[in-house]
Design a protein around this ligand. Structure first.
Ligand code: KIV
Ligand code: ZN
Length: 528
């Protein structure tokens, strides 16, 4: 029985998916929880890709103890040097270098020969090795590559010092039986295979990412790359919770273990959701709202008599407990901060004070404050670090026989400067509100995504609004904003201002330009 290395790439592959970008503070929060979950490796980012990524990797390398901290680099000198610099403070560090190996990528994207790819790999791995002994090499698009070429390049990479060889199914193309054959061929034909740990990184385009990762374990792979809630490019990556719980639940069949503290899974999933504002679908395996809900009478009857009749794992094993109501208006600061800590949030004193104020205001309005409400409160607090614009006042007039009209006043400079009262009309109250805000702040924005969810299933629920907005001063870069309130319209206004404040903070010191970044807007969400 082997211990499978769990390599978490939520902060790199996950974070680069549209809508999931996180700031340094948010990444650090999540990295802390990943350490509590006891992942073996945290891929903290792609340092050369942006200043923000560099700082995030460096900060995580400085502050997170326990897991190996990893940074991604193309097979280029400048990337490898940047990854090494960002990882410098880490006690345990890994540089992850990658290059494409499929004919289609080599010919049409890289415009190189296979010989050049091998030569770049040899040089890149050697350079990375001069900074740390722990080197991972990935053959991008491996599952559409010529197997013989893979054998050759893996042997070269190991010869140059790679200690982990990763076989990505970059486009989510392979199916389990075919993947098993590819892996058997690699284990048999790479002459120095015994000197490295083999790894897989599966994308979920055909919904097979977890299945492919599990079959890989059965065929000799000892590291799985995955993400919390399965987030990642396009349809995402293998989801950590699915792979880990499949291994735990079907140990009889899969036969290996992980070091994951599974009772931290639910908390980690919820933390990611509250940071990004993007929920998992209710039927998501392991962490979805319905994953342990038994609706049919026959099933309920069975579970009440003996849970194993219809439950293959216990909710408790992923840290899901039945206590829903947590705090009320008489709860004190101590109980509040203790509950937040238990939920995985680590906050500074100033953040805690401000979050407590928000909680008190909420508890005055709602009799019962649930964990989901607290997540909304804290999510809002973590999002509101740099507030240039505040909502001071708003009023809405709407109806089925009237033109929706919004009136707003904003303030800035910590309340010292007020805008004029501005009015906007629109196709609905949110449209009107956003027109009024734009007039007051003197900007224009295109809404790329708008969603509203109720934190709890009750009529007095907090509305959590998430938006993505592309502002005129920052074209091509949609910025996320979110806010929560028991008033949906107020939450909508604050989410829009949160996006604006973030965009302004990200642009501070830069000349406004038509920016183009690796995060492109491919959101299918409807425009409002
Ligand atoms: O999907 C992929 O190929 C990747 C590599 C960088 C490992 O994310
Ligand atoms: Zn990937």
């Amino acid at each position: 029985m082997a211990k499978i290395v769990i390599f978490d790439t939520t902060l790199r592959d996950g974070e680069q998916a549209p809508g999931f970008s996180m700031n340094v503070e948010e990444k650090l929060q999540l990295a802390r929880q990943l350490a509590a979950l006891r992942v073996d490796v945290i891929e903290a980012g792609f340092p050369i890709s942006s200043d923000g990524d560099f700082t995030a990797v460096e900060t995580i390398a400085k502050k997170i103890k326990g897991p190996v901290i990893c940074g991604l680099a193309r097979m280029l000198e400048k990337d490898i040097i940047s990854a090494a610099a960002a990882l410098k403070p880490a006690k345990k560090k890994r540089i992850h270098v990658f290059i494409s190996t499929s004919d289609i990528h080599i010919k049409h994207q890289m415009r190189k020969t296979k010989k050049q790819v091998i030569e770049m790999t040899r040089r890149g791995v050697k350079l990375a090795k001069s900074f740390t002994s722990d080197i991972e090499f990935s053959a991008m698009d491996a599952t559409r590559s010529n197997p013989k070429f893979l054998h050759d390049i893996f042997a070269e990479a190991i010869g140059a010092g790679a200690t982990t060889i990763n076989i990505p199914d970059t486009v989510g193309y392979t199916i389990p039986a075919e993947f098993a054959d590819l892996l058997d061929g690699i284990m048999e034909n790479v002459e120095n295979a015994k000197k490295a740990v083999f790894s897989v990184h599966c994308h979920n385009d055909l919904g097979l990412a977890a299945a492919n990762a599990l079959v890989a374990i059965q065929h000799g792979v000892r590291q799985v790359e995955c993400t919390i809630n399965g987030i990642g490019e396009r349809a995402g990556n293998s989801s950590l919770e699915e792979v880990v719980m499949a291994m735990k639940t079907r140990k009889d069949c899969l036969g290996h273990t992980t070091g994951i503290k599974t009772s931290e899974i639910y908390k980690t999933s919820r933390l990611l959701t509250s940071i990004t504002g993007i929920s998992v679908q209710p039927n998501k395996a392991i962490v979805g709202e319905n994953a342990f809900a038994h609706e049919s009478g026959i099933h309920q009857d069975g579970v009440l008599k003996r849970p194993e009749t219809y439950e293959i794992m216990t909710p408790r094993s992923i840290g899901l407990t039945k206590t829903r109501m947590v705090l009320g208006k008489h709860s004190g600061r101590h109980a509040f901060s203790k509950r937040l800590e238990e939920m995985g949030f680590k906050m500074t004193k100033a953040q805690m004070d401000s979050a407590f104020e928000r909680f008190k205001r909420l508890a005055d309005m709602k009799k019962e404050v649930y964990e989901e409400d607290l997540e909304a409160v804290v999510g809002e607090e973590l999002n509101s670090l740099k507030q240039t614009w505040h909502l001071e006042y708003f009023q809405i007039s709407t109806g089925n026989q009237t033109v929706p009209t919004a009136t707003v006043r904003l303030n800035t400079n910590g309340g010292a400067k007020q805008t004029d009262i501005e009015t906007g009309t629109g196709s609905g109250p949110v449209d009107a509100l956003y027109h009024a805000i734009e007039k007051a702040a003197g900007i224009k924005g295109s809404l790329r995504h708008y969603s509203v969810t109720a934190a709890t299933p009750y009529k007095d629920a907090m509305a959590e609004v998430t938006v993505q907005v592309e502002f005129d001063f920052n074209e091509g870069v949609p910025v996320r904003g979110r806010a929560a309130s028991t008033d949906t319209i107020e939450a909508s206004a604050k989410a829009y201002l949160n996006a604006l404040n973030r965009a302004l903070a990200e642009n501070a010191g830069k000349t406004p330009k038509k920016a183009s970044r690796r995060k492109t807007a491919t959101s299918r969400s409807k425009k409002k």
